[in-house]
Design a protein around this ligand. Structure first.
Ligand code: VGL
Ligand code: ZN
Length: 198
């Protein structure tokens, strides 16, 4: 059995001072770096939106960040412009040790579809390719850390569990946005899906 560490969206825009700052987002960086030494397989994800992405409130006249809209694929939360391709906000936190990573999965690159999960876009159908990569590398167990617990970490954990991986989320190495109780909901959903919450 091979375990992989999945480090989710530890990027400047999700850290204090960033466009969509997650409280304490930068606090997890040193401990994530330390945890990397326990893994032979390390994968990073990077939220990587084209300018004018449909998840940005600025693309929806009359709408403010954190309101929702109905998209073809379901309800979408609208966000401040964040993690634009090539921007400083889209770069990894400068202290994150990216050298040991085997693979960097970029997501949210389709203009019209957001992607919280490391496995599927928010249409729940379009693969990122991560599942194929993990299968061909013999990975069956995933430990997840990063930002944000209630969005990208949760969606990644639920998809991974559904795909048959054994999943552990290290809550001490994650931080949440927590919109209207979304963190508590995420924890219930992850537990129900058989995800281990450490
Ligand atoms: C995320 C909101 C929008 C995340 C990404 O990484 O959790 N949240 N884009
Ligand atoms: Zn995003």
């Amino acid at each position: 059995m091979t375990a992989a560490l999945l480090v989710i969206d530890v990027q400047n825009d999700f850290c204090p001072g960033g466009a969509l700052a997650v409280p304490g987002g930068d606090e997890v960086v040193p401990k994530i770096n330390a945890l990397m030494t326990d893994f032979k397989e390390i994968i990073l994800t990077q939220d990587w939106h084209p300018a004018g992405h449909s998840s940005f409130a600025s693309e929806h006249p009359g709408k403010a960040p954190f309101e929702t809209v109905e998209m073809e694929y379901g309800t979408q939360v609208l966000w401040p412009d964040h993690c634009v391709q090539g921007s400083h906000g889209g770069a990894f936190h400068p202290d994150l040790d990216t050298a040991p990573a085997h693979l960097i999965i970029r997501k949210g690159m389709s203009l019209k579809i957001d992607s919280y999960s490391a496995f599927f876009e928010n249409d729940r159908a379009t693969h990122t390719g991560l599942d194929g990569y993990l299968q061909t590398r013999g990975v069956t167990k995933l430990v997840m850390v990063g930002l944000a617990t209630d969005f990208c970490v949760q969606f990644s954990a639920l998809d991974a569990a559904k795909l048959g991986y054994r999943v552990t989320v290290r809550r001490d190495l994650c931080r949440a946005i927590d919109l209207d109780g979304s963190l508590a909901q995420a924890e219930v959903a992850m537990r129900e899906a058989g995800v281990t919450l450490d």
